[in-house]
Write a protein that binds this ligand. Structure first.
Ligand code: AHR
Length: 654
């Protein structure tokens, strides 16, 4: 009896081993070096959404620093004798300022307090540059203010004094050091003298910004971006390019020049979703086009600015009357031409000179421009055509990006693609915020695209899990889909996940690639997928096949492969979207005579429970793990975890 039992156990064990070990014999044809992978293939899409710029990447800690929000004291608490003025201020495009006057009794106080962007984040022992434009109201008086940090329990814990001795507007600065960490501090300004004084553009920046720049960016956030090794940086959006109306579109010309005099703009994300209203969300343009070009340069990414096509947001405006008539596009087209001159013109040109005066005489070497964001219908090509004519005539070397609208298929999409071909744009921007299933299903999306027309820019995409979370499931489905981008690198030239940044206390849209609060940053699993692709994009596509066909979801498997002829690496990306472990054998075939495969195989894997997320409190719940394995000859034998994204790097000599 025991003997039969043993035979039965062994037989079922071998059946289950056999079932688990169904062989997947994959072939990488090393001799079939295919299309070039663009060095800017994997990039970043930046928009001021979710407090991405003001309250986020832009390191300014004071909200409504110029008192020019429509409710001029929004973000401020005042006490004593404070009035808002607007005659003879120092900045004509931000006219408001405040007057602080004696409260009229020795025991009463005048002053104001700023709440920051959902609080002011202060780090222990870090230093902060407070600055203000100020003047005394009467001649020959000296006025004094005290500047204080206040913690969440209303205790002042750091203070500095400033003296204002002139009735001419001047900038004053003082540095404060925070003796403790405080996530939601506020800033208080006390009038400590007897008379009156005026204050304008009250600002507070950490001194430790990215590269130490005064009008700088939050260092930890830029580090997270830079770490992704982006090849491309698209800005400033997104819907804010269009504006809810044309008056509130992103106007790049207002975003350059002296920071204090860049006029305030509405941020449409403050009211786009009525169920998530952010009435205190505005754009100061403090981080404007100059700063965004500089950031692209810092990260080694190609700048890709997008300009308004003469169309206000089509979701929010119905009909031609809301847009610029085709015959009146002159200023809009000029804005696009001037932008190219601002980025690339030499310092003798009008706009090149302005760039040089701002501190960058060298050109930014811009190569791409986007015209319009999510546009649709005949109104779009009618306008785009005019931009194309003007840009091609003056700057034939600039690559122009048109849009296929907000949908990834359907009537508008089917209408716009042929139009983009007719207009001979260089790239077409496609957007898809879709379910994880859609992403898996679309891994072969580009395998059958027309190779003769414009190239593809997957300009906004994210897998939207039903709870719209940045969990491992959404990341893994993006990873599987991206094998299709990589396999089709001959036609897909750029890809940017969207949106990029979100403040945990002030988001309008999710999922997002990076979450932050006033002090901390959390990189999502989706972030690590982007990072793996961007750091390992290779130089050329190599075919990888199973049964002589690309792996685009058969048995839950997805694959792409590239060669990096500079680093001498063969890079294989494999997604296992199934719930089973898969045993894979990969043969590297067609090696040139002198090519030798190195025995150390680098193996990176992202796997785990599909519901796992990274949070600010637990930012490393999901991290890719890298290890090394020894291979012999030209065969790789690996087991892929269920629900995993895997990358193998084989080094060679030749
Ligand atoms: O990424 C968020 C928004 O999604 C963008 O602003 C817009 O282009 C798209 O609808």
């Amino acid at each position: 009896m025991k003997k039969y039992l043993l035979i039965f156990v062994l037989a079922s064990l071998s059946i289950s081993i056999f079932a688990q070990q169904q062989n997947y014999e994959l072939v990488v044809n090393v001799n079939k070096v295919g299309a070039e992978v663009q060095p800017h293939m994997y990039g970043l899409f930046f928009e001021d959404i979710n407090f991405g710029a003001d309250g986020g990447l832009y390191a300014e800690l004071i909200k409504n620093r110029s008192f020019d929000f429509p409710q001029s004291l929004m973000g401020w608490k005042t006490f004593g004798n404070v009035t808002v003025k607007n005659e003879n201020g120092p900045f004509d495009r931000n006219p408001n300022y405040v007057r602080l006057s004696n409260a009229g009794h020795g025991h009463k106080h005048t002053g104001l307090e700023n709440e920051g962007f959902r609080g002011i984040g202060l780090k222990k022992d870090a230093t902060y540059r407070f600055s203000v434009w100020a003047r005394t109201v009467n001649n020959n008086t000296t006025q004094k203010i005290r500047i204080e940090f206040i913690d969440a329990e209303n205790n002042a814990f750091e203070r500095k004094e400033l003296e204002i001795t002139s009735n001419e507007w001047k900038k004053h600065e003082v540095v404060l050091t925070s003796p403790k960490e405080e996530e939601k501090a506020s800033l208080r300004i006390f009038l400590t003298s007897e008379g009156s004084l005026d204050l304008e553009h009250i600002s507070l920046f950490p001194t430790d910004t990215w590269k130490g720049r005064e009008n700088g960016l939050r260092r930890d956030l830029v580090e997270a971006l830079d770490e992704l090794n982006p090849g491309l940086f698209r800005f400033p959006g997104g819907c804010i390019v269009e504006g809810t109306d044309l008056e509130t579109r992103y106007d790049w010309k207002k975003s350059i020049g002296q920071v204090e005099n860049r006029p305030l703009n509405e941020n449409r994300w403050h009211y786009t979703f009525a169920h998530r209203l952010f009435p205190d969300y505005f754009q100061t343009y403090g981080m404007g086009f100059y700063e965004l070009f500089l950031l692209s340069e810092d990260m080694g990414a190609e700048p890709l600015p997008v300009v308004n096509a003469g169309l206000a947001c089509q979701y929010q405006n119905d009909g031609e009357h809301c847009h610029v008539p085709v015959g009146e596009l002159g200023d809009y087209i000029q804005d696009a031409l001037d932008l190219i001159e601002f980025a690339n013109g030499d310092i003798t040109t009008e706009w090149g000179k302005i760039r040089a005066e701002m501190g960058h005489p060298e050109p930014f070497n811009m190569k791409f421009i986007g015209i319009g964001n999510e546009q649709w219908g005949p109104e779009y090509p009618a306008r785009l055509e005019k931009f194309i004519e003007a840009i091609r005539a003056k700057y034939p070397e600039i690559k122009i990006i048109g849009s296929s609208g907000p949908q990834a298929e359907g009537e508008d999409f089917e209408y716009l693609w042929p139009e983009m071909k007719r207009l001979k744009v260089d790239l077409v921007d496609e957007h898809y915020y879709r379910s994880p299933e859609w992403f898996l299903d679309q891994a072969d999306r580009y395998d059958s695209y027309d190779r003769k027309g414009p190239k593809v820019f997957a300009g906004e995409y994210a897998s939207h899990h039903q709870n719209r979370k940045n969990n491992l499931e959404s990341a893994l489905t993006e990873a599987a889909f991206m094998t299709g981008l990589e396999r089709n690198a001959d036609i897909v030239h750029m890809a940017t996940y969207a949106p990029l940044l979100a403040h945990v206390d002030a988001w309008q849209w999710r999922p997002d690639l990076i979450w932050f609060d006033n002090l901390r940053v959390a990189r999502t699993p989706n972030y690590y997928v982007q990072k793996i692709y961007a750091h390992n994009s290779g130089t050329n596509v190599l075919p990888i096949t199973w049964n002589k066909k690309p792996l685009t979801g058969q048995e839950g498997l997805y694959a792409s492969s590239v060669i990096d002829t500079d680093k001498k690496e063969i890079i294989i990306k494999l997604s296992n979207a199934s719930e089973e472990l898969k045993n894979i054998n990969i043969s590297l075939e067609g090696l040139k005579r002198k090519m030798r495969i190195q025995p150390a195989l680098e193996y990176t894997v992202l796997s785990g429970d599909k519901d796992l997320e990274n949070s600010l409190d637990n930012p490393e719940a999901i991290l890719p793990k890298t290890s090394f394995k020894t291979i012999t000859g030209t065969k790789i034998d690996v087991d892929l975890d269920p629900n995993s994204f895997n990358m193998f790097i084989v080094k060679y000599t030749d």
